[in-house]
Structures are given as C-alpha cells and as structure tokens.
Design a protein around this ligand. Structure first.
Ligand SMILES: Cc1cc2nc3c(=O)[nH]c(=O)nc-3n(C[C@H](O)[C@H](O)[C@H](O)COP(=O)(O)OP(=O)(O)OC[C@H]3O[C@@H](n4cnc5c(N)ncnc54)[C@H](O)[C@@H]3O)c2cc1C
Length: 387
C-alpha cells in the first residue's frame, strides 16, 4: 500500500502551494471583507490551466486524475476556500459535459471552458427542493426545435459567470418515476427569458457569487439538451456529484489543515501564566486531536479519489470522505478559534473566516444527513462493503 503522492502530484501540489502563498493568502481577507470578486486570481488560474482540470486533453484540458484534483482543491482552500468555489462546480460540469455531452456539445463548449475563456456552474437547487431533486418544479416544454423553460433556481454558485449553465429540469413532469422525465439543458447566459435576479447574502464563501435565477418562457434550442436524449438528467447530475463530493472533501481537508496550522503557530507564540500556551496540556490535547482527525480526513479523501481513478463506482467512498472531512473541518475551525482565545473571534485573524467557511462543506453537494442515508443504503444493500 502506497500512501505517497506521485512525483507529478507532488510537483502539482508545490506549484499550487506557491501560487496560493503568493497570490491568494495576502489578499484573501481584504477581498472577502470588501466583497470584491477576485478577478486577478482568476486570471492566474486561467494561465495555470486550472479551469481545464477535468476536461480531456483532446479538448484542451489537463485531464487530471481525481487525486490530483483533490490536491488542487485542498491547497487552494488552505488559502481561501471561496476561490476553490470558482473552479468547483465549473469542474464538475466540465466533467459532466465531457462524459455525457454529444460530440458537438463537447466541441462547442469544452475548449473555451478548459481555458477559462468561458466558465460554468450547475443549477439543481430550487426554492422548494434541494435534497429532494426529484421534487423540482422547473419545467421545459418542447415546442418545435426549442424547449420553453419556466421556473426558479436558487443557491446557484457562479451563476453570473456561467455560460453555458447546465440546468436540471423536468421535460416530462408527469413521468413516473419522476427521474425518467428529468433532463439537463445547457443554458446560454444570453438566453431571452433567463435572468439572474439576485445575489444571496452569505455567512462565508464570499469569493464566488451565489444567486437566485428565474426562467420566464426562456427559449433554449433543443440541441442544448445534454447528450441529446431526454430522461437522463438525474443520472447525469448524480454521476457528476460523485466527483463533486471528492472536491468538497478536499476543500474541507484544506480548511482543517489551515485551522491546525494557525492553532499550532499561535500556541507557540502566545504567553500566559509565564509560559507559551503550547505548554498547557489542554492546548496540546486540542492540537493532537486536530492533527489526528485532519490526517484521517486526508487519507479518506485520497482513498476515495484513488477508487474513482481506478474506474470503480465511488459513491460510498466519496460520501464517507465528504461527511467525515467536512465535520473535521468544522470541528478544527472551532478548536482553532478556542486556541486563539478572544483573538479567534476577531476579523483580523484567519480562524474567524475558517469558522464561517467550514459549515458549507457540511451542507453543500448533499447534506451530511442525506449522505449518511446514501452510505447506509450502500452498506445495507451489500453493494458497499467495509472491511
Ligand atoms: C453557499 C451555497 C452554495 C450552493 N451552491 C449550489 C450550486 O451551485 N448549485 C446548486 O444546485 N445548489 C447549490 N447549493 C444548494 C445546496 O446544494 C442545498 O442547499 C443542499 O443540497 C440542501 O438542500 P436545501 O437547502 O433545499 O435543504 P433541504 O433539502 O430542505 O433540507 C433541509 C434539512 O432537512 C434534511 N433532510 C431533507 N430530506 C431528508 C431526508 N430524506 N432524510 C433526512 N434528512 C433530510 C436535510 O439534511 C437538512 O438538514 C448551495 C448552497 C449553499 C449554501
């Protein structure tokens, strides 16, 4: 059993780490406080090819393996998890278009998405349905060579920059089971009747915009149906979310690592009762617990990623990694805040941002409770085996 990254993966990690230290860390607090969109960081990420992580090389992408993808998301999230959001749902949708798109859809979209000239995201959640995706109400009615879309989506990250935006719809609202009537449409930003109506105010994750969208008789060419066949949408997005959960787990590992690093550093600097606080056993126990859980979360995430790279179904593994790593990130962020005492509550210290960013990983890409039910279903059906 080999627990080491390959030479190529180490090189990628070191390259991203240098970029994060030079260009993300120094500006993260200022950008986050002001709400300014990190255009300069995006420009460098474009040059580095990071928008093409999951795009096949024949369309100009990096065709990265999932362990490499985890390394990239972990490193970026050590600096600022919000920036990881800019390439998060983008990468997931690039993978989905490459895996399920028609050859024409791949040729039209993937090269521009790989270079970051155009960007994307994914629109699943609605005001009335998030976990229960088969309960969505957005309907696309076929009229001639077009679909007419009506409905609302909410909490859609990168919505103002996404072109095209893959949107989960019902092409046959009467289908039973409901997923047999669900499809994904690739919606261009300029589509008449499509409007991004507002940016949602958020606790953290302030780099990318997260928006509410309205489709009011929006006219989408039938050629924009992902894969060219109706009724495949739920299956397409669930396959993509499996990759997305590895990305979320890796972001959580990055946040947990940064929380640990900040706590360790501060404990070695702060004096109380005539000694460094790192000399107190209560602080030492906190540091030990953080290190232990953080490393376990990292190994679980790389393991899930390597199972996906081996071409195996990895819904159980990516679920285990996402649930565990996100809860570790949340715990480590709070523990790091406690180690900082009152300063941990200050906006002048990084742990305050980590504490606001961490809960998103518990909620996004399937809540942890929903994922626990997915894990349990895999175990009780005998499909997933532990041990
Ligand atoms: C910052 C941010 C960015 C996001 N970006 C995107 C995006 O880009 N695209 C997108 O499509 N969505 C996005 N989302 C939405 C996110 O995926 C959903 O919020 C999430 O899936 C939960 O759905 P919901 O909010 O409707 O909660 P609900 O589904 O209403 O769940 C509410 C609670 O009920 C529980 N629950 C529901 N059903 C069950 C059940 N069967 N068993 C047990 N418990 C259950 C849930 O676990 C949760 O605790 C984003 C959300 C946030 C906060």
């Amino acid at each position: 059993m080999d627990f080491e990254l390959s030479a190529e993966q180490r090189l990628l990690r070191d390259t991203i780490r240098s970029f994060v230290d030079a260009e993300i860390r120094p500006v993260a607090r200022e950008f986050e406080d002001s709400g300014r969109y990190p255009d300069e960081i995006v420009a460098t990420m474009r040059k580095m090819g990071l928008f093409g992580l999951l795009v096949p090389d024949e369309y100009g992408g990096m065709a990265a393996d999932m362990v490499s993808l985890a390394v990239v998301f972990e490193e970026i999230s050590r600096g600022w998890m919000g920036v990881a959001g800019i390439i998060g749902s983008h990468s997931l949708s690039c993978w989905m278009i490459a895996r399920f798109g028609t050859e024409e859809q791949k040729q039209v979209h993937l090269p521009a998405l790989a270079s970051g000239e155009r960007r994307t995201g994914i629109a699943l959640t609605e005001p009335g349905a998030g976990s229960d995706l088969q309960g969505i109400a957005t309907v696309a009615t076929k009229v001639g060579d077009s679909f007419i879309l009506n409905g609302r989506k909410t909490w859609i990250t990168n919505a103002r920059h996404a072109d095209p935006l893959p949107v989960l719809v019902k092409t046959d609202p009467s289908a039973s089971p409901a997923h047999a009537g669900m499809s994904v449409l690739l919606v261009d930003q300029s589509t008449p009747g499509f409007e991004v109506v507002r940016d949602l105010p958020k606790l953290g994750y302030r780099g990318p915009e997260t928006c509410e969208l309205v489709f009011d008789d929006a006219v989408v060419p039938a050629a924009n149906l992902l894969g060219g066949r109706e009724g495949r949408g739920l299956q397409q997005v669930l396959a993509a979310l499996e990759k997305g959960r590895i990305n979320i787990a890796a972001r959580a590992v990055g946040v947990a690592q940064e929380a640990y690093d900040q706590a360790l550093r501060y404990a070695g600097e702060r004096d109380a009762f005539g000694q460094k606080i790192s000399g107190f056993q209560a602080v030492q126990l906190k540091l030990a617990d953080m290190a232990m859980k953080l490393q376990a979360a990292r190994l679980l995430t790389y393991w899930a990623a390597s199972r996906a790279d081996a071409g195996q179904r990895a819904d159980l593994e990516s679920g285990l990694a996402k649930v565990y790593a996100s809860e570790v990130a949340y715990e480590c962020a709070f523990t790091a805040m406690q180690v900082h005492g009152g300063y941990g509550y200050s906006k002048e210290f990084t742990v305050e941002r980590l504490y606001r960013d961490a809960p998103l990983m518990v909620i996004g890409e399937g809540t942890n409770d929903i994922l626990r039910t997915v894990i349990a279903e895999s175990l009780t059906s005998g499909r997933g085996v532990i041990g």
